[in-house]
Design a protein around this ligand. Structure first.
Ligand SMILES: [Zn+2]
Length: 420
């Protein structure tokens, strides 16, 4: 890689800051447990606020606890350019999921300050509340309310396993802000994130230019058969709900593989990740099985096709096995393409800096996907070791963090200084 700009972020300072934040909720195995609206989350937020203020920003908090650090522009009448991600983690999370995007944004602010750069438009760094969804069951919660996707009152009434509501959790850590949790006009949003998948690493590519997020469909499935004695019920008399479920899981996998593949970056995903078997006894043929099915695909048309054809195929499998299937669609989201101009800025930044880059679709949900419904948005991915995330062993190289942050810096600067 070669640097064609003399405006460089400080890779060492970035890495030191990543390691400093990783101490907050740091686990013995080298991961991070900084679950949303806990004391660890509060400590991370307090340090984030302190760092942003030291970098010349004013920090505002909205009623969902989303934090916005604003650096003034030369022309305050211009809409702000946003960047950011989330500081909360999974219970056994890593140091970089979310934190990289927030702390890269902090490094951008610090670099602007060091180089005495005043951008034309203001710049805002965001720390979104509860991206992970592991405590209250709503992933990307703060950005969803901000974007108007979930109503605030309903989200604030959600409870964790101990019966604590989101509203109580926010109050307990002192992060109910005075700003309404609603989208404000912004010129653009850029989110840097680790890929959380294996493509960049496998192809030896430094930067992922994310063009959008996949469409998804989720079903709850229930197969009804008949509980009966494992020792006495002959093959012809069995109504084995688990066998039906197994055959439907095969169908999910086959449907995914129909997409074809260009190797590791193949299209389409199909997964059954949860299964409940009743009565779940070793010597009873299961009479009832509940499970979840999800498909993801970059193409809305393909998801529509799966939505139309999958239920009949699955029902036929259930009937052929003497059982019945009910499928309830619980969730369907359209593919969310990112803004072409913002994506082009990421591409141009990677090219200018001499980094290898490829376009890709995000397999996971991100705050940026919600924000993209309101504000022109793009994402930057950096590789992570073995594609591993939501795991304490999640790992990236300092040079990878630096490259992603330098691209973020260039893209934000170009957008904030564009001629309007
Ligand atoms: Zn994340």
């Amino acid at each position: 890689m070669s640097a064609l700009t003399n405006q460089r972020i400080d890779g060492k300072r970035l890495w030191d800051t990543l390691m400093e934040f990783a101490q907050i909720g740091g686990t013995e195995k080298g991961g991070v447990k900084r679950i949303t609206l806990t004391d660890e989350d509060r400590r991370g937020r307090d340090l984030f606020r302190q760092c942003c203020e030291a970098a010349g920003c004013t920090v505002r908090v909205d009623s969902m606890g989303n934090m916005f650090a604003r650096r003034p522009g030369r022309d305050e009448s211009r809409l702000p350019v946003m960047m950011g991600s989330h500081l909360d983690s999974q219970p056994t999370g890593g140091k970089f999921d979310g934190a990289l995007g927030v702390l890269a944004g902090l490094e951008v602010l610090r670099t602007l300050q060091d180089l005495s750069i005043t951008t034309e438009a203001p710049v805002i760094l965001v720390n979104w509340t509860d991206e992970e969804g592991c405590r209250f069951g709503r992933a990307m919660m703060g950005s969803a309310v901000w974007s108007g996707i979930h109503p605030e009152a309903a989200v604030k009434a959600l409870r964790d396993e101990d019966g604590v509501t989101v509203a109580e959790g926010l109050a307990a850590i002192g992060y109910v802000g005075d700003q309404p949790a609603a989208a404000f006009p912004a010129d653009a949003m850029f989110e840097l994130h680790i890929e959380q998948g294996p493509i960049l690493e496998a192809e030896g590519i430094e930067i992922g230019i994310v063009t959008g997020a996949q469409a998804q469909i989720w079903w709850e499935a229930e197969v009804l058969g008949q509980d009966s004695h494992a020792g006495t019920t002959p093959a012809v008399a069995r109504k084995d709900a688990l066998l039906t479920a197994a055959r439907i899981i095969e169908l999910v996998d086959a449907t995914m593989r129909e997409e074809g593949s260009d190797g590791i970056a193949d299209l389409g995903r199909g997964t059954v990740g949860r299964l409940a078997v009743f009565p779940n006894s070793p010597n009873v043929i299961p009479g009832r099985v509940k499970f979840n099915i999800e498909f993801r695909n970059p193409s809305d048309a393909r998801i529509a096709e799966i939505a139309a054809s999958f239920p009949a195929k699955a029902e036929a499998i259930a009937a052929a096995n003497g059982t019945s299937l009910s499928l309830t669609e619980v969730f369907r989201v359209a593919a969310q393409p990112f803004d072409a101009e913002c994506v082009a800025l990421v591409e141009q930044a990677a090219k200018k800096l001499g980094y290898s880059a490829r376009k890709m679709v995000s397999g996971a949900g991100h705050d940026a996907v919600h924000v993209a419904t309101r504000v022109p948005t793009a994402m930057i991915f950096t590789p992570c070791k073995d594609g591993l995330s939501h795991n304490e062993a999640e790992s990236i190289e300092p040079g990878e963090a630096e490259a992603g942050t330098q691209v973020l810096f260039e893209a934000v600067l170009a957008r904030a200084n564009r001629v309007v």
